[in-house]
Design a protein around this ligand. Structure first.
Ligand code: NIG
Ligand code: FE
Length: 407
């Protein structure tokens, strides 16, 4: 066993409900706290001196100076495996060009597909690991990573195999998701339905066979896949044993309903969600994931996180880090900005980037510092945990611990 501390504050997030609004008074804050770790798990969190007296023989890791500790963060939605860069899209968008004009001048998702297809595998792996390291340094130790820039058997499998390879080389836990249904690629000779059938027949069986992902995602939107064809696809993917997640209601409302109907683990984006979607999400186990990085990258409105929480939904916050709509990648900055615009409490934001986003990935062993949970936590050099969001991402983490060990 190992004892780490003392921390000025340990914010445990213990005993908070999975869904709905939270007040900051509900936060458990242990002053002068310590974290006792047994193997990879938390044995106990409590007063440091008491834990030391109770466990005189354990190895200790002393924390010097004022620091706070929190559960490590979980980013439940990223597209960080990609080739190339879309800075020109960003500049054109800001200069007033439309989606169509940007696509016609060689930008958009299709341009990332072309870059990713032609990128050498070691280059893709290297840049993926660099982005993982950036997230780890923010205190994010569980990271979902989507395919979706390959869009044919060969290249989707290439992406997912690279994500698997990255898992061997990082301490972060990666959760791969197959997003072959990101867009029908321009070189596919057939309809949307035919492309979705091709994914079901040609891609998903191989993903299963090689154990490359347990989750399937789709982009339901006017410019991508339509609601009815998507529903048929998702039900079939579910029958094959995949968990489902959906890019829903980003620009057009309606697809959150499909996400709930198919029992998706999460519906992500939701910037355009209307009352019907909010009500459906509020009574389902489908996590409503806000992606403020996409709102910031596109200059679009934020996900109505306040309304979703008030209605009782399970609200997570993720970065959506991708080369097009969300190039920033700093989940802490984004969550803090979302809080300011949507009027979220600190407890709601911290829950949204820990145990609630973990639940979006159906990982219930992390995101709270309590007995039996995975001993992943992050520390900051401050005496007051409020400074983390207050500094809007500029307060750097001091230590990141995975399975109780500093990385
Ligand atoms: O989540 N909305 C669709 N997919 C991504 C954007 C991907 C891209 O532009 O490359 C998103 O925002
Ligand atoms: Fe996305």
């Amino acid at each position: 066993m190992r004892l780490i501390g003392p921390f000025k504050q340990v914010v445990t997030l213990a005993n908070l409900p999975l869904r709905g609004k939270l007040s900051d008074e509900q936060l458990e804050i242990i002053e002068d706290g310590g974290i006792l770790v047994d193997q990879h798990k938390i044995r106990k969190v409590g007063n440091y001196e008491t834990l030391r007296l109770e466990n005189p023989d354990v190895e200790t890791e002393e924390i010097v100076g004022e620091q706070v500790a929190l559960p490590a963060f979980v980013d439940s939605h990223t597209h960080i495996c990609f080739g190339g860069n879309r800075s020109n899209d960003f500049a054109m968008r800001n200069a007033g060009k439309t989606y169509l004009e940007i696509a016609e001048s060689g930008g958009g998702i299709w341009s990332s597909v072309q870059h990713t297809r032609k990128a050498a595998e070691d280059e893709l792996l290297k840049t993926l690991l660099e982005r993982i390291d950036f997230l780890l340094a923010l205190g994010i130790t569980t990271i979902e990573v989507k395919s979706g820039y390959g869009l044919d058997v060969e290249n989707e499998l290439k992406m997912l195999r690279i994500i698997k390879k990255a898992q061997e080389l990082t301490k972060a836990m990666l959760v791969p998701t197959c997003l072959s249904a990101h867009l029908k690629p321009r070189d596919f000779d057939g309809s949307n339905e035919e492309y979705l059938q091709y994914i079901l027949n040609e891609i998903l069986p191989k993903v299963k066979e090689e154990n490359l992902a347990r989750r399937v995602d789709i982009f339901i939107e006017k410019s991508a896949f339509q609601p009815e064809e998507s529903k048929v696809f998702l039900l079939k993917a579910k029958e094959m044993g995949f968990e489902i997640t959906v890019h829903a209601d980003q620009f057009t409302p309606g697809s959150s309903k499909i996400a709930v109907e198919v029992g998706a683990t999460s519906a992500d984006h939701l910037e355009a969600t209307v009352d019907e979607g909010i009500e459906l999400l509020a009574t389902s186990e489908t996590v409503a994931t806000a992606l403020p990085g996409a709102s910031l990258g596109l200059g679009e409105k934020f996900t109505p996180a306040r309304k979703l929480l008030d209605a009782g939904a399970i609200v997570a916050i993720a970065s959506d880090w991708n080369p097009g709509s969300a190039p920033m990648g700093n989940l802490i900055a984004q969550a803090s900005i979302l809080a300011t615009f949507e009027k979220l409490t600190t407890a709601e934001v911290l829950a949204g980037i820990t145990f609630r986003s973990a639940f979006a990935l159906r990982l219930e062993d992390r995101g709270r510092l309590e007995e039996g949970m995975k001993a992943d936590f992050v520390t900051f050099k401050t005496g007051n945990f409020q400074n983390i969001l207050y500094n809007q991402g500029s307060l750097k983490s001091e230590g990141v611990f995975v399975d109780g060990m500093r990385i």
